[in-house]
Write a new protein. Structure first.
Length: 64
């Protein structure tokens, strides 16, 4: 594997717990370099919102 491919795999979340794969300081440095995207979080939805489609058992038609 070439160095560029290995560098991309260093911070792969599936591999960071592999012993000897990445040091804690190197991982923390990579995590600190990630952009802050907390402004993209969606606001919580109201349970009694207007125009909301019923969910779960409410969505099924009653058999009479």
């Amino acid at each position: 594997m070439n160095r560029d491919s290995t560098r991309k795999l260093k911070t792969d979340r599936r591999l960071i717990h592999r012993r000897g794969w990445i040091s804690k300081t190197e991982l923390q440095k990579q995590l600190d370099a990630l952009p802050d995207v907390s402004d993209k979080i969606a606001p919580p939805e109201d349970s009694e919102g207007e125009g909301e489609a019923p969910s779960g058992a409410e969505a099924l038609p009653r058999a009479e």
